[in-house]
Design a protein around this ligand. Structure first.
Ligand SMILES: O=C(O)/C=C/c1cccc(O)c1O
Ligand SMILES: [Fe+2]
Length: 318
């Protein structure tokens, strides 16, 4: 069965702190293209890799990976709230293959997800329930993080499982590229923030609003050149896009987590979701990137990319 991929940056500042119209038009056109690609492919299952931003997963129990057999979107930044349409059987099949491959992923019967999942699904297929989905959380925010090679191996195991499903599977990676939004780091945070990072589920509306306003203000300051957050790194982003397009994903195994941060900011770890999605595609055969969009968008605190890809055999089976 054919498989396909769409990897995209997300940013909750889209629509809240927008760049010039020319940039918005270019992003809209790239998303239109991705939506047409997905509609042509007509997936009957989406496997989405995405991070969490201290909305669903906390330091009280912090797995590197978690596969959801059921999931609930928290609706942060105005994204769609409520249950995703999770394909439970597919989630079980994928989890078994991942565990059999020696990757110790966590498993959830009630995974809580945030804009990392919801915004991507809404932008690509219209809603969090439009297509049966298996959500796979990849910790990309809360250190300590394991080596990047484990993410590739996770993706490969998921790709093998998808192959066994005999379905038209679309792999989605949501996150990255270079960016450093003001998400607190546990080790450098005051006690009261640490408490929220350990067990911050179900904040009040007022608490959520304070947090979101702070990030929106950071986006304004960043675009104005007055924020202290790390600059975007378009060279690093382009280099990563080239490696992903080449299919030589093992090259990334040598990159250390500290190097990711130095080069591209703390949240560049979100490219783990892209690496997993590309590795899943690669496990189904050689692939070809069919479209690639990139812009630096400081207003959204994002090196913003959108790519689509197909295995070569899927291309013939379309
Ligand atoms: O406030 C958050 O939870 C995250 C905000 C953010 C901002 C910009 C790019 C991203 O990937 C984000 O998650
Ligand atoms: Fe993010």
């Amino acid at each position: 069965m054919p498989v396909a991929l769409c990897a995209m940056s997300h940013s909750p500042l889209m629509g809240r702190n927008d760049p010039d119209q020319e940039v918005i038009d270019a992003v809209d056109a790239a998303f239109d293209h991705a939506r047409r690609f997905i509609a042509d492919f007509a997936p009957d299952l989406i496997v989405i890799f995405a991070p969490d931003h201290y909305n669903g997963v906390f330091y009280d129990l912090l797995p590197p990976f978690c596969i959801g057999a059921a999931a609930q979107s928290v609706g942060d930044y105005g994204t769609e709230a409520g249950p995703l349409d999770v394909d439970r059987d597919a989630a079980h099949t994928i989890t078994r293959e991942v565990l059999d491959s020696g990757i110790d992923a966590a498993f959830s019967e009630r995974m809580h997800v945030d804009h990392g999942f919801a915004q991507a699904l809404q932008l690509l297929v219209g809603s969090i329930t439009a297509v049966p989905t298996v959500p796979i959380f990849i910790n990309s925010v809360a250190e300590p993080l394991g080596p990047i090679s484990r993410v590739r191996l996770l993706g490969e195991a998921v790709g093998r499982a998808a192959n066994k499903l005999g379905r038209r599977v679309l792999f989605v990676g949501s996150g990255g590229l270079s960016h450093d939004p003001p998400i607190p780091q546990f080790t450098t945070s005051p006690e009261q923030v640490r408490e929220r990072l350990i067990d911050g589920r179900n904040p009040s509306d007022a608490e959520r609003e304070v947090r979101e306003r702070r990030v929106i203000a950071a986006g304004r300051d960043f675009a104005a050149g007055t924020a202290t957050i790390q600059p975007l790194n378009p060279h690093w982003d382009q280099h990563l896009l080239e490696i992903l397009a080449s299919g030589e994903l093992e090259q990334i195994d040598t990159w250390t987590n500290d190097w990711f941060v130095e080069q591209a900011g703390h949240s560049s770890h979100e490219v783990r979701t892209w690496i997993a999605a590309y590795a899943a595609l690669h496990a189904n055969g050689p692939y070809q990137v069919t479209s690639s969009f990139y812009r630096e968008i400081p207003e959204w605190i994002a090196g913003f990319g959108i790519t689509t890809a197909l295995t070569r055999s899927s291309n013939h089976m379309k």
